[in-house]
Ligand binder design. Structure first.
Ligand code: NAD
Ligand code: ZN
Length: 397
């Protein structure tokens, strides 16, 4: 099974000319529209199929070498798997954790590649979750001005979200994903059994993004989730494959229509405006991204109902699904229970949202829905309205 995703071209030809009138003061550069390239996402459940597709890729003549980038935690679990199946591939191991998604790690990897004499025809393999994917993709985008890379996502979040869409990059101390590039892989290999060793928190993180995809784009997929809760909780492999396939398809479809967030891509931020503020309040520690997104989606749903965009019935279905998946849908399910602190929490969220990167003309923009499977483009919300809705959701609900 393969899914084709458009991507930005790597090679763009440039046309230069001198403007006669301005003599040598001005130089105009015209870049033609980027040429489309495509890549495939391949799913496997049997180890034999995975190995076969990996080997086919490794045997491609166009690459001079292959480097697999992973972290110490994953390598502990998968060293023999990697040594057995990635024959002739050198391994670069970085430290585990979001805190290592930073420029010094990028420099460290680039220096290692350079010291090993790696040329432009190398291929880098991201073997890990979203952190490894974002780092490897960014190194691939900038090492020698661009080399090939491949993704082998090992978390549910990476399988349903981060390995599709071409965003790569790292954090600065002052903000998440502040430095990066749009850069597409050559191929993505989704091997579902890799999820067996994943912790519960990490599975929940992926599930929050799965629910998001269904709410914004696909009512039938939402029904599928409602009807398959037990299989999801039991991590049934066929079910997880379907979750990964459907979510990747939704993201690919959105990204195909809008590569760089000029319009439709914004709907992927459903639940994220408040989620980022909540993660910030908890210092990115006490709460996971998935939990914050679930809470953010519950609020966006509450807000959509408050504005009469959706019925009470749809509101209840969404909240029920979030809660049945053991994700937080109200403030009492967050690590913040005291009412006094709730007020401080509310204030913090309002201030943080006022600084959101995606705001326009000083107004917070929210993704709301008018049905399950139908998200609206960003709606600018006046501060006073946002505050009223938030205090109702946080305190009165
Ligand atoms: N590029 C994008 O479009 C995009 C989209 C969403 C998120 N992201 C980024 O993704 C990152 C989060 O990704 P994540 O949730 O995968 O986190 P992660 O990569 O940190 O992985 C979570 C934890 O699981 C461990 N792990 C990974 N695979 C495992 C396995 N198979 N078995 C056991 N443990 C395993 C990791 O070592 C880590 O400790 C964030 O940095 C976020 O900004 C990027
Ligand atoms: Zn997210």
């Amino acid at each position: 099974m393969g899914l084709q995703v458009n991507s930005i071209a790597k090679n763009v030809s440039m046309k230069l000319w001198f403007d006669k009138k301005s003599q040598f003061d001005t130089l105009s550069i015209k870049l033609p529209k980027s040429v489309k390239t495509k890549y495939k996402i391949v799913w496997s459940q049997q180890e034999a199929n995975f190995i076969k597709s990996i080997n086919n890729f490794l045997n491609r003549k166009k690459y001079s070498s292959h480097f697999l980038i992973t972290n110490d935690k994953i390598y502990k679990q998968y060293s023999s798997f990697i040594q057995q199946h990635f024959l002739g591939v050198e391994v670069i191991i970085i430290k585990d954790g979001e805190s290592h998604k930073k420029l010094s790690t990028i420099e460290h990897i680039c220096i290692q590649l350079n010291e090993k004499g790696v040329d432009r025809k190398t291929c880098l393999w991201a073997f890990g979750g979203g952190v490894i994917g974002d780092i490897t993709g960014f190194v691939a985008a900038i090492y020698m001005r661009g080399v090939s890379f491949v993704q082998v996502p090992t978390t549910l979040l990476a399988m349903v979200d981060s390995s599709v869409g071409g965003k790569t990059g790292v954090n600065l101390a002052s903000g998440k994903n502040m430095v990066g590039s749009f850069y597409q892989p050559q191929k993505v290999f989704m091997h579902i059994p890799l999820l067996e060793t994943l912790g519960k928190k990490e599975v929940l993180c992926g599930l929050a993004e799965v629910v998001k995809s269904a709410i914004i784009y696909d009512k039938e997929f939402f029904q599928y989730l409602e009807n398959n809760l037990v299989a999801i909780q039991n991590r049934d492999q066929d079910t997880f494959k379907y979750l990964s396939y459907s979510s990747a398809k939704i993201k690919a479809s959105v990204v195909e229509q809008d590569e760089k967030e000029g319009g439709l891509r914004a709907i992927l931020n459903f639940g994220h405006t408040l989620a980022h503020a909540v993660e910030n309040y908890f210092n990115y520690k006490k709460i996971t991204h998935g939990e914050a997104v679930a809470f953010g989606m519950a609020f966006a749903t509450f807000f959509s109902a408050k504005k009469n965009f959706i019925s009470q019935e749809i509101y209840t279905r969404i909240i029920n699904l979030i809660e049945k998946l053991e994700l937080p849908a109200n403030i009492d399910q967050l690590p913040e229970k005291n009412l006094k602190k709730k007020k401080a929490f509310l204030k913090h969220c309002l201030v943080a949202m006022a600084k959101d990167k995606k705001n326009l003309n000083g107004q917070v923009r929210f993704i709301l829905i008018h049905d399950i499977g139908e998200a609206m483009l960003p709606v600018a919300i006046p501060q006073i309205e946002l505050e009223a809705a938030l205090s109702e959701f946080f305190i009165d609900i």
